[in-house]
Design a protein around this ligand. Structure first.
Ligand code: PGA
Length: 270
């Protein structure tokens, strides 16, 4: 079994104190009822990363820390920006890159996303690379064309170098249809799995190696997580709104990990 992965993307929510309280509460729930094997990550705002790292260390939690964004340069005159090295120094292991809100609201292009992906990987941060089509693109039958463009332009030729190629299997890909984010609407698990298979094949063909894990994101909740996780091609979830409540996020992880274990009862460490 591929180890499932569940990531809380808090967007612009929670102070550092609220983050600390959330992690203590999540820890209490996990101690009371341990879940099946899964990687669990939280992506709080930049201002809460340091407190989150400290709290996770104190409670000896194996929850991983992710940032929601990163600048593509190493350092310099970029007022208001944060570098990969700064995130690594805080104990952050992963970073979300190419989220549709960054693409739509902050004008991030595939070319910029490519530079960010390279900067993160070079610094030793694992990219959580987000892709997904808009409602209009889907209606026009362009879902795969858009995703393939996001993938090939985002990855670029640099990742075909031998040293990058070796690391691709460790990346996380989040397929998030734009129209499903924060709307309560989702594609069906079967439709989602079809896209995931295409993404997996794209990686397998391009890098001739084990594809990265592919997570689904967009209105995931404790009500629908099991249906998505029953699909073999869906390796986990990126959760926005429902991850703000500790009870909901805990339920999503517990139900999602259990479904994955039941679907394939021979876990390995991937
Ligand atoms: P949502 O957000 O779960 O609130 O739809 C998902 C995301 O944007 O990552």
């Amino acid at each position: 079994m591929t180890r499932p992965c569940f990531i809380a993307n808090w967007k612009m929510n929670k102070t550092h104190k609220e983050t600390e309280a959330f992690l203590h509460a999540f820890n209490r729930l996990s101690t009371k009822s341990p879940s099946d094997p899964a990687d669990v990550l939280i992506a709080p705002p930049f201002t809460a990363l340091s407190e989150a790292a400290k709290t996770l260390h104190e409670i000896k939690s194996d929850i991983g820390l992710a940032a929601q964004n990163v600048h593509n340069e190493k350092a310099g005159a970029f007022t208001g920006e944060i570098s990969s090295d700064m995130l690594c120094a805080l104990g952050c292991g992963s970073v979300i890159i190419g989220h549709s809100e960054r693409r739509q609201l902050f004008g991030e292009t595939n070319a910029l996303i490519h530079r960010k992906l390279m900067a993160a990987q070079t610094a030793g941060l694992r990219p959580i690379f987000c892709i997904g089509e808009s409602a209009e693109e889907r209606q026009a039958g362009q879902t795969w064309a858009i995703i393939e463009k996001q993938l090939s332009e985002g990855l670029g030729a640099d990742t075909l170098k031998v040293d990058f190629k070796e690391k691709i299997s460790d990346w996380l890909i989040a397929y998030e249809p734009v129209w499903a984010i924060g709307t309560g609407q989702t594609p069906s698990p079967e439709e989602t799995a079809e896209v995931h298979k295409q993404v997996g094949d794209f990686f397998a063909k391009r890098y001739e190696t084990v594809p990265p894990r592919i997570l689904y994101g967009g209105s995931v909740s404790e009500k629908n997580v099991e249906a998505f996780m029953k699909e073999k091609a869906i390796d986990g979830a990126l959760i926005g709104g429902a991850s703000l409540s500790v009870d909901s996020f805990f339920q999503i992880v517990a139900l999602g990990a259990r479904t994955k274990r039941q679907a394939a009862p021979a876990p390995n460490s991937r």
